[in-house]
Design a protein around this ligand. Structure first.
Ligand code: NAG
Ligand code: NAG
Ligand code: NAG
Ligand code: NAG
Ligand code: NAG
Ligand code: NAG
Length: 666
């Protein structure tokens, strides 16, 4: 007998759709949802009959729940019962875009998660209730975006979430091969269908999560295994289902099949019954199926095909870096490096020469052939043609900038899909690792104060001392580089503009940039010197407090660094915000100056912020902070709110990045 599975489908701002799905089979306490359903009326069925949670519209939430609540606890003694579920899913990203944000299997007390946010919140929680024990939610997230605020390990991971998007345990997406227990990586957003198993053993209080490519069967070793008693977390009656969301970054999330069972093993999915998933959605898959599908008698053919494919791939790889020089570039010739030289300089971009993965790309150490000059070489992949021309033009300008606190851009080399930038070599790398990596030695206050002054000098030069006003647009600890003597130099300007939406690495970069965005920048997207000053304010607080500008694992009040410091100030103990790693030798009046200056620069109204030359005078002790600073800063209303707004809506690149680097308004 067929049972009816009702599936709720929510779409942000659109309303609620009801989707009726016929279930292929029905089992006591469980169900199978094999994809081959009839649809009653509306909803997200793609042309091919695929069940899709979200499509590629921005800031959308898609959910599907089994219509009935299930009894997750034994009513006579109140402990949770075991459960087991398996589902097949696929995430498809439009070509050339970054994936976002992911999907979660969830056990929730209601089908109505009103107020939950899209983007990094996956439609599960929002900024205020994330981490709240009254959520009563256990979820398995398949997350394709690295959110620093949730301490995500990377942009392609599986995590066990309890009431919070900060996972209790997580692992890079993949599985352990049954033969040799070797870990095999899986790319969630590859467009390939994958199967997941979630199993909870109540007596053992153990939760396992396993992932595998479709048709390979269930690996013996789970990807994640966690000892956890879910009884205190869940309620007696719970709903099971899926939630997924998109933000500025989008992808389609599909569920192709699903089965669930309480107190027993989930029924096997009949994979042959799943809706076929191929075609436009993911062009590469065809090739692979072709190869796999060849019969044993076609071995020779297979070898030939394999060899030809290898040759094509090899050629393609080789052709990937074809140096490109167009007519318009001739005038910038003095800034061009040959690919051959850079290849040699970095020993063929050897991993041993890798200095770090900065925003946008990998940075290598290099020694220029013939001159023995050490340089930093950054490789950035891109596929935006139009940004490139402007960017190269800017290298012409930037190359002329000379300031001891700016990382000098020596030149570039341009390929079809890759841009290589050559910088001064900075032996100590970026400041953020000194602030946050526990292994590095700790910068003392004098060093930190000097770094802040160095950055202020660089910004004053860019804003007020160069022939044109130059906006940096990406001030933050990871863009401040330290030379051998720990002099700070500001790096990486203008890059944000020409490289959009291309690369995984950038997601980290962007996630890290959240707390530096001035409220008016979030609204208008137009960078000004004043938005740089805002970011500089966040930077000052970051250096003095040893904390990131946004740290959501803490309580709502502590989350935004600016608000946190401000609340200490209101209590008359602003110095309590100081980095605990800094000890006695701190000069209290300097720390206080930096903290107050940080607050002043983070004024929510652009007009309330000082100019960089003014900031420099405060730092050098040539001017005193305004007498009525307290009233001045206090006057801002709803500062937290505007910042929150920026966080909610701008989890992703887009914003700061579209306007010109040069600001000709001076
Ligand atoms: C996504 O789905 C919504 C609602 O069905 C529709 O209005 C929108 O056009 C779709 N977007 C894309 C990019 O397909
Ligand atoms: C519920 O608990 C009681 C008492 O411990 C036990 O006898 C019964 O079998 C349990 N029921 C289930 C479904 O586990
Ligand atoms: C509750 O009942 C279950 C199922 O019979 C049993 O495994 C578990 O040990 C019991 N828990 C308590 C606290 O009695
Ligand atoms: C779910 O939300 C709708 C409106 O958004 C409300 O009418 C309904 O009562 C809610 N249901 C539950 C079970 O909370
Ligand atoms: C977050 O969700 C909770 C619970 O649904 C809701 O009460 C609250 O208003 C939401 N907060 C925001 C900022 O949307
Ligand atoms: C979880 O995995 C471990 C290790 O493979 C296994 O021993 C255990 O039985 C599994 N538990 C469940 C609930 O599947």
């Amino acid at each position: 007998m067929n049972r009816i599975l009702e599936t709720m489908f929510y779409k942000c701002h659109v309303g609620i759709f009801l989707l009726m799905i016929k279930v292929a089979a029905s089992i006591e306490n469980g169900f199978v949802f094999n994809g081959n359903f009839d649809l009653g009326g509306v909803a997200e069925l793609s042309q091919k009959g695929l069940f899709r949670l979200t499509n590629s519209s921005t800031f959308g939430i898609g959910r599907a729940f089994f219509s009935q609540p299930l009894s997750f606890k034994n009513s006579s003694n109140g402990t949770s019962v075991s459960f087991s579920t398996t589902f097949v899913f696929a995430f498809v990203v439009d070509q050339g875009r970054l994936p976002g944000h992911g999907m979660a299997f969830m056990i929730a007390p209601s089908k109505n998660l009103t107020g939950a946010s899209s983007a990094q919140h996956l439609g599960l929680f929002n900024l205020t209730n994330n981490g709240d024990p009254s959520n009563h939610v256990v979820a398995i997230e398949l997350d394709t975006f690295q959110n620093q605020e949730f301490n995500d390990i990377n942009g392609n991971h599986v995590g066990i979430d309890v009431n919070s998007l900060e996972s209790v345990k997580s692992a890079p997406a993949g599985y352990f091969d049954n033969e040799n227990r070797e870990f095999k990586n899986l790319v969630l957003s590859s467009g390939e269908p994958m199967q997941a198993w979630v199993e909870y053993d109540a007596p053992e209080t153990q939760l396992n999560v396993t992932l595998a490519p479709i048709h390979t069967g269930k690996p013996d070793l789970p990807l994640l295994s966690l000892n956890i008693d879910i009884s205190p977390i869940i309620l007696e009656q719970m709903y099971v289902g899926f939630s997924s969301s998109t933000g500025q970054l989008v992808q389609s999330h599909y569920v192709l099949g699903w089965s669930f069972r309480l107190d027993g093993k989930a029924p096997e999915l009949d994979l042959s019954q799943l809706p076929s998933f191929s075609g436009e959605e993911q062009p590469q898959r065809k090739e692979r199926e072709l190869v796999v599908g060849l019969s044993a008698t076609g071995v020779v053919l297979l070898i030939i095909v394999t060899i030809s494919i290898s040759i094509i791939l090899w050629r393609r790889k080789k052709a990937q870096f074809t140096e490109i020089l167009e007519d318009w570039e001739v005038q910038y010739r003095s800034h061009r490096f040959s690919y051959k030289d850079l290849f040699e300089a970095t020993k063929g971009f050897c991993e041993t020469e890798l200095l770090g993965k900065g925003g946008f790309g990998k940075v290598y150490r290099g020694v220029l052939p013939g001159s023995n000059v050490q340089v930093g070489v950054k490789r950035i992949s891109h596929n935006s043609k139009q940004g490139m021309k402007e960017f190269v033009a800017e290298i012409g300008t930037i190359g002329q900038l000379r300031h001891p606190n700016l990382v000098r851009v020596l030149g570039y080399c341009r390929g079809k899909e890759e841009l290589i930038l050559v910088y001064d070599y900075m032996p100590n790398g970026s400041l953020d690792k000194f602030l946050y990596n526990k292994t590095e030695f700790i910068l003392n206050w004098n060093q930190r104060f000097k770094i802040i002054k160095d950055v202020a000098l660089a910004l004053t030069y860019l804003h007020e001392e160069w022939a044109e006003v130059i906006i940096h647009r990406d001030i933050k600890a990871s863009n401040v580089l330290l030379d051998a003597e720990l002099n700070a130099k500001l790096g990486d300007f203008g890059l944000a503009r020409c490289i959009k939406h291309e690369q995984d690495i950038q997601t980290t970069h962007v996630a890290g940039t959240l707390g530096y965005i001035a409220p008016e920048l979030a609204r208008s997207g137009k960078p000004t010197p004043s938005t740089d000053v805002y970011a500089f304010g966040a930077f000052c607080l970051e250096v003095a407090c040893g904390r990131r500008p946004v740290e959501p694992k803490t309580s709502a009040k502590e989350m935004i660094l600016v608000d946190w410091v401000y609340s200490f100030w209101m209590e008359g103990k602003i110095l309590s915000a100081t980095d605990p790693k800094l000890n006695e030798e701190c000069k209290a009046e300097e720390v206080e100056l930096v903290l107050k200056l940080g607050l002043l620069c983070s004024h929510s109204v652009a007009e309330g912020r000082p100019k960089m030359s003014q900031v420099l005078m405060y730092l050098k002790g040539q001017a005193l902070l305004p007498e009525n600073l307290n009233a001045h800063v206090k006057a801002q209303e709803g500062r937290g709110e505007s910042e929150n707004h920026a966080i909610l809506c701008y989890s992703t690149p887009s914003l700061t990045i579209t306007h010109s680097l040069m600001y000709t308004g001076r």
